[in-house]
Design a protein around this ligand. Sequence first.
Ligand code: KG4
Ligand code: ZN
Length: 350
Amino acid sequence: MSDSGGPLVLGIESSCDETGIGIVRGRELLANEVASSVAEHVRFGGVVPEVASRAHLSAMVPALRRACASADVDLSELDGIAVTAGPGLMGALVVGLSAAKALAVALNKPLYGVNHLIGHVAVDLLDHGPLPAECAALLVSGGHSSLLHVRDITGEVSELGATIDDAAGEAYDKVARVLGLAYPGGPAIDELAAQGNPKAIAFPRGLTAGKDQAKHRFDYSFSGLKTAVSRWVETERLAGREVPTADVAASFQEAVADVLTAKAVAACNYLGVDTLLLGGGVAANSRLRTLLAERTAAVGVTLRRPRPGLCTDNGAMIAVLGSAVVAAGRRPSALEIGADPGMPISTVLA
Ligand code: KG4
Ligand code: ZN
C-alpha cells in the first residue's frame, strides 16, 4: 500500500451526465474533477443517453489528467482503480468501465466495479470519517429513493424500502417542467421555493395513510404528488389566474421533505440504530437537509450529511467507496465484468 493514510484509489464515474474522476487516499480527498454534459441536454428537458455517452468519451482523458495534476499523483502510485459498474445508462457506463479496464491493464492495478448508489452514501466518509457498526441511510437520487440498512458499506447493505413509482429527484424534474423551470429541476425548485410559502397548498403525502403502514411502511410514492401539482397548476391556468410558482415550489418541496424525513426517522427507530446517513443528488436540497436535521435531533439520532457539492454525481464518491473496499480486503472485480444498468443495491462490488 502507498504511503500512510489508507489505499490510494482513483474513482471513475460515468453513469449519467457527469464524467467524474476522483482520487482519494483512505478517507482523504485529493482530487475531484467533474465535467458535466448537462448543458447539452437542457433543450431536451432530460438526459439524452447517446449525447451523454459521447460527452463522456471526450471528457474522460482531460478530466483524468486534471485530477492527477491537482492531486499531484502519478497513476503508477495507485493501489486500485474503482469505477461505477451500475446502475445507470448502459452506453454511459460502458465508457467509464472501458477507461477503468484500460488503466487497470496498462498499469497492472486491481479493478473494482462498484455500485453507484452505495457510492452516494459512502461519500460521507470523506466528510465525517468511519461509520458506526450499523446505521440507516436515506438515498435520494434522480432514479432512486430508498431507505437502507448499512451493516458494512463494503459488502452488507440491504433495502428496507424504496419508491414504488417515481423517485424524489424525478418528481423534482417533472414538477420543474410544469412550472417552466430549466432541467435539472431540483436546484431550480430549491431556489424558487425559498421565496414561497410551504404551507400555501396542501399537497398529498404518498403512502403515509394508516392503511399503507402494513405493506408500505418504509416505501415512498411521488407519482401522486407530481400529478396533484400538475392538476393544481392546470386548474389555475384554465381559470385565468396567475400561478404562484414560488408557493407551488415551496409546497411541493415541503411535501417531499416531510415524507422523506418522517419515514427515515421511523426506519432508524425500527432498526434500533442511532445514525442516519444521507446521500444522492436530492440530498443537496436545502429544505430536506434542514428538516432532517431537526427531526433526527429530536429523537437523538446523529445525522451525517455530506457537503452539498459531494451529493450530486462525482468521482470522489466512487474513489472513497473503492478505497474502503480495498481496505476491507475485498477481492478485485474480474476484468471481464460488464456494465449493469440495473445493478441491485445489495451488490456493492461486481
Ligand atoms: O444523484 P444524482 O446526481 O444523479 C443520479 O444518480 O440520478 O441526482 C440527480 C437528481 C436530479 O433529479 C436533480 O434534480 C436532483 O438530484 N437534485 C436536487 C437538488 N440538486 C440536485 N433535488 C432537489 N434539490 C436540490 N438542490
Ligand atoms: Zn447519482
